[in-house]
Design a binder for this molecule. Structure first.
Ligand code: GBH
Length: 671
């Protein structure tokens, strides 16, 4: 273990000092880049007049030190938050109103999938229909679905005990839409909602228990568990009606829980929901695959073979009011992920509109979206010319506009990035003027960002950007490389070097400056447009396990030494790897401790030195849980659950959970 401990301490210091990789220089934010920029018509007034009400003066009643947000109508005036920030920066710490906690999602933890009137979600339906799409024990349905998961539906008290160990001030959880509205359609008739009362009881008790325990709820309305009924009715997010059903469901939640919930996230990770669910192969429900699946299951998805797990099962869909109605049970189509993204962004905006118009003034809460996306690191090689470095920096920004800006620009600035529009051509749906006005500022209260891994970016040699005539989905990124491996063998296997060491999930590599690079990127790009900063709504890793290949370690280490960043020549000893038969290897999660230590140090520096307005950090995840297609043995939790042998599903704190409690004491101001 020596190597790791030593490495951990060294790293905390050196990562902190050296490794902020700046986003590309002159052209980095896309804002000042003149004609090229989608953002050159930004309003000068950050208070977003397009929003019917603004969230000024709201406060978080359950957290008295937290007098969010700043008051945009008096920009000169010092708020309570500003004072806390000043005090904290002077001590090199995070402020006393920093939102500190852990995150989970309903389908991954609740279980009780068919109890008390809960309706089926796409995840119930598709894990049951295609059991081979999830890693687990053949024939053991509970091991390949969220049927039981952590049973938080019955064991929420135990989850709270875990929060206390890390000294959480906040807890991020999601509401299962189909637990409240089994058919997905919330309706209010004669003052009464058609809601499943048992579901309401459950979330009321979760919220009340949190508040009793001084933990502030941060609630996600949608974390990928679309009611199956809406998939069957109109193909879910492919149909533009989904935005209205989502807004109705959201309205119920604001009306019912908004007296106590002051922090709302509309949608979790629209990219993953749409790209993994509707294009990349059968990783995520509803298992639509357009055959592209470059990195996974390439053979099995050939010919859109149902046995490969791609599903034709879908309702008739109308992408937009102008589109034709596509027939039910059709094979997956080109651009489904693009339309899903379009409609889910509109759904977010519709829900925010409801909140702003009917609830925010009175309830004084905040609302925003959570996007995911790898911060993009310009590829460098020893001896690379300054000119090439510059080009790579430009491509890093371009790659970030595709990967992140596609989802974060519309809710902030009101439209897709200019680069995405130009390169996608007619394949990118357009927002109407009315929709742009509705989108603009819809995440101006705060922006949520889930950050795990970074990607390198650079142009691809011999390729040119698409001309306007060539602009379409397929050509849009043809000259752009962005990945955390240098290359991909047989469509999936990673060719080293990798960007950081391999954690316990194939895509999950450890590169701690990620968080600082990304925070700087957002902050530049949206300067003056987000009133209450950025919240890291997820960050974490799966401890390396038996499934992880370490074949790349050496080449990766050599590479980082060759570019003078030896601190990322990350190596760890065999004993760090989880062994399902020895729970000590799982509880002593030193790889994860090191991850948190380094990422948090980068977060601290982003706040203290770069003066980034970052307001919260939610670790993923509080407890081991259902890791989607990777099942239960890819563990992101800071509390151990022995899913295989313990029918009680007892939670046991790992080292990392205690480490976070200690980090809180040492790095966050107490007043
Ligand atoms: C989060 O997303 C989820 O919100 C959470 O539910 C989940 O449990 C947690 O991660 C851990 O996985 O290889 O090209 O397909 C993580 C963000 C972004 C990570 C996309 C995986 C895969 C890219 N994800 N990434 S690709």
């Amino acid at each position: 273990m020596k190597t790791l401990t030593l490495f951990t301490t060294l790293l905390a210091v050196s990562a902190a000092k050296k490794c902020i990789v700046k986003p590309s220089s002159s052209n980095d934010s896309g804002i000042e880049s003149g004609e090229e920029s989608s953002l050159n018509n930004l309003p000068s007034d950050p208070s977003n007049p397009s929003n019917p009400s603004d969230p000024s003066n709201s406060s978080d009643p359950s957290n008295p030190s937290n007098t969010d947000p700043t008051n945009p109508t008096n920009p000169g005036e010092q708020t309570n938050h500003d004072i806390l920030v000043e005090k904290a920066r002077a001590e090199g710490k995070l402020p006393a109103d920093f939102k500190w906690g852990a995150a989970t999602a309903a389908y991954q933890v609740e279980g009780a999938w068919n109890e008390d009137g809960r309706g089926e979600s796409v995840w119930d339906h598709f894990t049951h229909l295609y059991p081979h799409n999830v890693e687990g024990e053949e024939g053991n349905e509970d091991s390949i679905s969220g049927n039981v998961a952590c049973d938080s539906y019955h064991k929420f008290d135990e989850d709270i005990e875990m929060m206390k160990i890390m000294k959480a001030t906040h807890y991020r959880f999601s509401i299962s839409w189909s637990r409240l509205f089994p058919d997905g359609q919330a309706k209010k008739e004669e003052g009464k909602w058609n809601v499943n009362e048992k579901g309401v009881e459950y979330y009321n008790s979760v919220i009340n228990k949190l508040i009793e325990n001084n933990v502030t709820p941060l609630v996600t309305l949608y974390h990928w568990d679309l009611p199956y009924a809406l998939h069957e009715k109109y193909g879910g997010w492919l149909d533009y009606h989904s935005q209205y059903d989502f807004a109705n469901y959201a309205e119920f939640c604001f009306e019912t829980f908004g007296d106590r919930v002051k922090n709302w996230i509309t949608i979790n990770e629209p990219w993953v929901n749409c790209v993994s669910g509707y294009r990349l192969g059968p990783g995520k429900a509803p298992y639509r695959c357009t055959g592209e699946a470059p990195r996974k299951l390439a053979n099995e998805t050939e010919g859109l073979d149902l046995q490969g797990g791609c599903s034709y099962e879908i309702g008739p869909s109308q992408y937009s009011p102008e589109s034709e109605v596509l027939e039910a049970n059709r094979p997956p189509q080109r651009l489904e992920d693009v339309w899903c993204s379009h409609n889910i962004l509109l759904a977010h905006a519709q829900a925010v509109k409801v909140y702003r118009e009917k609830f925010q003034k009175e309830q004084n809460g905040l609302i925003g979206i959570t996007v995911d996306g790898e911060a993009q690191i310009p590829w460098i090689e020893p001896g690379m010319s300054e000119e090439q470095k510059k080009i790579n920096e430009e491509y890093a920004n371009l790659a970030a506009e595709f990967r992140i800006g596609w989802y974060s620009d519309p809710p902030v600035t009101g439209d897709y990035p200019q680069s995405v529009k130009e390169r996608m051509g007619k394949d990118l749906p357009e927002f109407t003027e009315e929709q742009k006005a509705m989108l603009k500022g819809s995440s101006s209260d705060f922006l949520g960002w889930n950050t795990y891994t970074a990607h390198w970016a650079a142009p691809i040699e011999g390729q040119t950007p698409p001309t306007p005539e060539e602009a379409n989905f397929e050509n849009s990124k043809r000259d752009m490389w962005d990945d955390n491996c240098r290359g991909r063998g047989d469509g999936w296997t990673c060719i080293p070097p990798t960007l950081g060491s391999q954690a316990g999930s194939s895509w999950n590599t450890k590169y701690p400056p990620t968080i600082r690079v990304g925070l700087n990127w957002f902050s530049k790009r949206y300067e003056g447009l987000i009133n209450n900063g950025i919240i890291i709504t997820e960050n974490g890793c799966a401890q390396p396990n038996a499934k992880v290949s370490r074949a790349n370690d050496e080449v990766t280490a050599e590479y980082f030494k060759s570019i003078d960043q030896p601190e990322y020549a990350d190596t760890y000893e065999e004993e760090i790897i989880e062994n399902e038969d020895d729970k000590n290897t799982i509880i002593r999660d030193l790889y994860r401790v090191d991850w948190y230590q380094q990422y948090l140090e980068n977060l601290r520096l982003a706040f203290v030195e770069d003066k980034i307005d970052v307001r919260g950090y939610m670790a993923w995840s509080l407890i081991d849980n259902f890791e989607w297609e990777n099942g239960y043995e890819t563990r992101f939790g800071m509390s151990y659950i022995d899913f295989k042998n313990d029918p009680e599903l007892k939670r046991q704190p790992k080292e990392s959970l205690k480490f976070l409690g200690q980090w809180y004491d040492e790095n966050i101001m107490q007043e």
